[in-house]
Write a protein that binds this ligand. Structure first.
Ligand SMILES: [Zn+2]
Length: 287
């Protein structure tokens, strides 16, 4: 009968799925707290290491909370429980729940965060927008993805499908471009993708789906797009959390499968707590 792994074995499987060396140099991935010798029976996967998610982890009896975003990205000199982040570290340690981060290394992996976003939008023939330079023999690795839809779609219809495919947020889905334009080649980047416009243009994408599009990068990208015949790439802006959430289910499956291959068994569950920080959208006048 399969038995539960210790945390060290879980970390080996996670490292095989998305090695820490694939992370960006500025990132902070890996184990934040936890004893590698402790048994892991239950894992909760979530995008954000915030209080509501820690509540969910501890309420469900999780031994490991696996998150996408780092809790501690910049150096700290204290994790006292008087700070918001220190309080979470205390709660996790006192409950015997480890915390592990898979961030830009999970973006670069294949399947990675943007693959999952692309798949829920029915994209196929996926390649990275920016290949991972550190792994020349692995062209499938890298940031963002570009792929194709089975058939051309009106931009407005495509955006509607994006809204249906992702978890609900107050922001919903914002679109820049002619609603009747036809799109088939689609670039996606889970999370903040506005540093990738050059790669998106080079990919020949008709539309770019990402999050956190700020005024100036978006405005300049649209002005540049207007110089072309088709006005591409059009832009579809979604909530950051919603764009990364689809990755969790596949990650959970791969973790369970990877451990099963070693004769180990865990329960892996995807958080359904909505951690998008926006709680209310007030319609503009006349809307
Ligand atoms: Zn993110």
């Amino acid at each position: 009968m399969a038995t539960a792994p210790v945390l060290a074995e879980v970390l080996e499987v996670l490292e095989a799925m998305h090695p820490a060396r694939w992370a960006q140099p500025w990132d902070a991935v890996g184990l934040v707290c936890g004893d590698p010798a402790r048994t892991v029976r239950r894992v909760l996967l979530a995008v954000d290491p915030v209080e509501a998610v820690v509540d969910e982890a501890l309420d469900s009896g999780a031994d490991l909370l696996l998150v996408h975003h780092p809790l501690l990205l910049r150096p700290v000199t204290s994790v006292a429980a008087t700070t918001a982040k220190g309080r979470l570290v205390h709660r996790l340690i006192e409950a015997g729940c480890a915390l592990h981060v898979a961030h830009t290394n999970a973006d670069a992996a294949a399947p990675g965060v943007s693959d999952a976003l692309a798949r829920v939008l029915d994209l196929d023939h996926l390649v990275p927008l920016e290949p991972l330079a550190a792994e020349p023999g692995r062209p499938e690795l890298g940031i963002g993805r570009v792929g194709t839809l089975p058939a051309p779609e009106r931009l407005a219809d495509f955006a509607d499908r994006v809204a249906q495919a992702l978890p609900a947020t107050e922001q919903g889905v914002r679109v820049s471009g002619d609603p009747d334009a036809l799109v088939q080649r689609v670039a996606v980047c889970g999370g903040s993708g506005d540093s990738l416009f050059a790669q998106v243009r080079a990919s020949g994408a008709d539309v770019f789906v990402t999050a956190d599009l700020r005024h100036h990068p978006a405005s300049e990208a649209r002005e540049t797009a207007a110089l072309g015949d088709a006005g591409a790439p059009h832009l579809v802006d979604v909530a950051h959390w919603a764009s990364e959430w689809p990755w969790l289910a596949g990650c959970a499956d791969r973790l369970v499968t990877g451990l099963a291959a070693r004769g180990r068994t865990v329960g892996a569950h995807v958080s359904t707590t909505r951690t998008d920080p926006w709680a209310l959208r007030v319609p503009s006048r006349g809307e």
